[in-house]
Design a protein around this ligand. Structure first.
Ligand code: GLC
Length: 546
């Protein structure tokens, strides 16, 4: 397959599609299961593409579907150029991307360059070849400390908890910033660089529109592998707590930018606006900005919403900070309320009725902001985090090491029916790799479709307006904050005389909103129609004035 057969013809203006796109994150394992084995797959995605088109998103980001032992949900890749049999085949991928493009949906795939799986042929060769071998040079093997090399080479900690080093039987240690089944590659090795440049071309040739770069700040480690200087053991603070706040010798090293400067010409050599978004954490907005630009990557996720609490001050700060970062960076903001690594925002905002109301309001806030929005599958259904998964079913490798598990946001999507797994698989299939709660029938796609006031219909309406309204267009004006009472956020965006205002009520009482114009969409029914519209508490609305 060549790029030209998989990619529909596009105009030059399309090359900037990612600047204002709504990207829907598909956690492949949990989206739709076409063959009844309890695991989502590429054919399942293909069958559900019309749902995604009707939802109104522009692109899909697929989490890893490559050959993998699935120790870390596929972020442990054994073969970067193939599809794991549990997800299908390369032929399934080609059919899926062809159909997606025909429906006007772009496809972003996940690239995991910091580490391979321990089942990757390079790592098995490294273990077999022994200390000092060229095979070991592609990874980060080192002698231990202590009289007999019995201590790890330095004090680095795994993001998943515990030391970042594991000792192999011949006495050497290898580095893994995540699970021991995810050995870190040595990105100072030319073969590693050449390999990933080839992997990029492999997927670009199959027509992908972009890449989400996993741990984009991690590939280069400080020369000499110096100690951090503190650890959970010494001061009780995990090193990972410095992520995005301080310097670590294994993250955000200057040399990492050489890698992206080599990748950008590859992306640019393909037609149709191929892009890359970094999952990067850096100490300051200025350092994050360095990942982005005409000679590096197109976007870096702005993760501040993920940590914002439900308060007007907190949200205002997130928006102002992200917009300021966007100015520094010279690229549009990428808003993220939820993803496969974080507790779902319904639950973060209080769970139950209150959490759902707030989540719906936050989504309207996010979708009115300029830039690119990343939606995580299921947020359009108002899914909460599943908090009561039995421990023995949890599969997140971090769970065993830290007691914290990301499984609760990875439960399969409810599509239809009264009983779990709610049409996740084909008719009659009862399997799902994680169980869905018995209470999710009313949250299914079928139950919410066409239901006035449902979360799904709210997202559909908001995405339709976002696409059509001139004040939300990519070249429309930025955010202007308006005077509002305590606990209320109000901002407008304008295209000429047409103004769209988003009001979010985080106060304890309904607020009058007629002064802002005619309501277009609201996350809860407005009240007080006779005496002027009132926006209820924990709700948001978009209003228009022409
Ligand atoms: C990223 C992914 C996460 C994964 C980790 C290691 O942070 O989002 O799911 O566990 O990288 O690859």
């Amino acid at each position: 397959m060549t790029a030209s057969t998989a990619t529909p013809p596009r105009t030059a203006a399309d090359d900037d599609w990612w600047r204002s796109a709504v990207v829907y994150q598909v956690y492949v394992r949990s989206f739709a299961d076409s063959d009844g084995d309890g695991t989502g797959d590429l054919q399942g995605i293909r069958q559900r593409l019309p749902y995604l088109r009707d939802l109104g998103v522009d692109a899909l980001w697929l989490t890893p579907f490559y050959t993998s032992p699935m120790v870390d949900g596929g972020y442990d890749v054994a073969d970067y150029r193939d599809v794991d049999p549990m997800f299908g085949t390369l032929t399934d991928f080609d059919a899926m991307i062809t159909d997606a493009h025909a429906l006007g949906l772009r496809i972003i795939v996940d690239l995991v360059p910091n580490h391979t799986s321990s089942a990757h042929r390079w790592f098995t060769a490294a273990l077999a070849a022994g200390p000092g071998s060229p095979e070991r040079a592609r990874y980060l093997f080192a002698e231990g400390r202590g009289a007999h090399g019995e201590l790890p080479p330095n004090d680095w900690e795994s993001i998943f908890g515990g030391p970042a080093w594991t000792r192999v039987p011949d006495g050497e240690w290898y580095l893994h910033l995540f699970d021991p089944a995810q050995p870190d590659l040595n990105w100072r090795h030319p073969e590693v660089r050449a390999e990933f440049e080839d992997v990029l071309r492999f997927w670009l040739d199959r027509g992908v529109d972009g890449f989400r770069i996993d741990v984009a700040h991690g590939m280069i480690k400080a020369e000499g592998l110096p100690d951090v200087g503190f650890s959970t053991l010494t001061i009780g603070q995990r090193q990972v707590e410095l992520l995005g706040k301080g310097r670590l010798p294994y993250f955000d090293q200057d040399e990492v930018h050489e890698i992206y400067r080599a990748w950008r010409p590859i992306l640019d050599s393909y037609p149709g606006g191929r892009m890359a978004v970094a999952e990067a954490w850096a100490e300051t907005p200025q350092r994050l900005a360095r990942y982005i630009g005409a000679d590096e990557l197109h976007q870096a996720f702005s993760f501040d919403f993920l940590d914002a609490t439900w308060s007007a001050d907190s949200f205002r700060k997130v928006v102002d900070t992200a917009l300021a970062e966007s100015t520094v960076v010279g690229a549009p903001t990428t808003w993220v309320l939820s993803n496969h690594d974080k507790q779902r925002h319904v639950t973060r905002y209080g769970d139950g009725v209150e959490g759902l109301r707030r989540a719906r309001a936050a989504s309207l806030l996010m979708l009115a902001l300029p830039g690119c929005a990343y939606l995580y599958q299921g947020e359009e259904l108002g899914l909460p985090e599943v908090l009561d998964l039995p421990d023995e079913l949890r599969q997140d490798p971090a769970f065993l090491r830290t007691g914290e598990s990301r499984d609760g946001c990875r439960v399969p999507i409810p599509w239809s029916g009264e009983l779990a797994p709610y049409g996740f698989g084909p008719a009659g299939s009862e399997l799902s790799w994680l169980p869905a709660p018995a209470t999710w029938a009313a949250l299914s796609v079928t139950a919410q479709t066409g239901l006035p006031g449902s979360t799904l219909e709210l997202y559909r309406a908001a995405l339709r307006i976002r696409h059509e309204h001139p004040a939300l267009a990519v070249d429309a004006g930025g955010v202007t904050w308006l005077e509002s009472g305590p606990g209320v956020l109000a901002f407008s965006r304008a295209a000429g005389a047409t103004v769209l205002t988003c009001v979010v009520n985080l106060s304890g009482a309904p607020v009058p909103i007629d002064g802002y114009g005619e309501p277009l969409v609201a996350s809860e029914a407005l009240t007080g129609q006779g005496s002027g519209h009132l926006l209820p508490v924990d709700a948001a609305a978009w209003l228009e004035r022409r």
